[in-house]
Design a protein around this ligand. Structure first.
Ligand code: ADP
Ligand code: MG
Length: 206
């Protein structure tokens, strides 16, 4: 079972990982965007970590809801509302329980990922964060409920492959789409950060 402490550790370790990866994320965004993805997420997840420390929620849903609200209010740009929606919607779908199973989390994450797709209008293959999130949630749905480390490990591998697979794609959503065919040959920054988010999930579950 996964409790509020687990989700708090996930958010804190994401804040630390984003700090380390910020320059690389910004570099990826300078190739096909406006060079702010690393600084956007660094600011957002620092606010998430601070808010969770100040008033730690007692439920998994509460943790993700608070984290999503912080991202929406502190991150300008496309990724703030999108990641904020992902976490808020996932948190809402988790409900008020103090513990959730891997299968319950997989269902909630599916609702969160669907909300991202609805908000941004993107589908698989559009070269966005969804290209890492969709394979991750699929892997999680297909995993056994009784081994969280294995389930999140499978999700991590799927997300990382999905992020790598954005390199040959042409962007059809977001700023990168303005480049048309020139967006081909670069890894999508948002898919890269989404894979990072799933990697930290696997790390805290290991
Ligand atoms: P901005 O593009 O406003 O500068 P960021 O640089 O923080 O915002 O985030 C860019 C990332 O956001 C992209 O790499 C892409 O993965 C993701 N993104 C942009 N638009 C969409 C969309 N409509 N749907 C899903 N993801 C999107
Ligand atoms: Mg940008």
């Amino acid at each position: 079972m996964l409790d509020a402490g687990f989700f708090g550790r996930w958010m804190r370790s994401t804040a630390a990982a984003v700090e380390v990866a910020a320059d690389r994320l910004t570099e990826l965004d300078s190739a096909i965007g406006d060079a702010d993805h690393g600084s956007n997420l660094r600011r957002g997840f620092a606010a998430v970590a601070a808010a969770l420390e100040k008033e730690p929620p007692g439920t998994p849903g509460g943790v993700l809801n608070l984290a999503g609200r912080q991202l929406i209010s502190t991150v300008g740009g496309a990724s703030g509302p999108l990641y904020g929606t992902l976490l808020r919607r996932t948190g809402k779908a988790l409900g008020d329980g103090t513990e959730v199973t891997v299968a319950e989390f997989a269902r909630a994450l599916r609702a969160g990922v669907d909300a991202v797709a609805k908000l941004g209008g993107a589908v698989a293959g559009d070269k966005t964060m969804l290209d890492a999130l969709l394979p991750a949630v699929e892997a999680l749905e297909g995993a056994a409920d009784d081994d969280a480390a294995a389930a999140f490990g499978a999700a991590r591998e799927a997300a990382e492959s999905g992020a790598l697979a954005t390199v040959p794609l042409q962007a059809r959503k977001g700023r990168a789409s303005y480049l048309g065919a020139r967006s081909v040959g670069h890894q999508d920054p948002g898919a890269t950060s989404a894979a990072l988010l799933v990697r930290t999930l696997a790390e805290v579950a290991a």
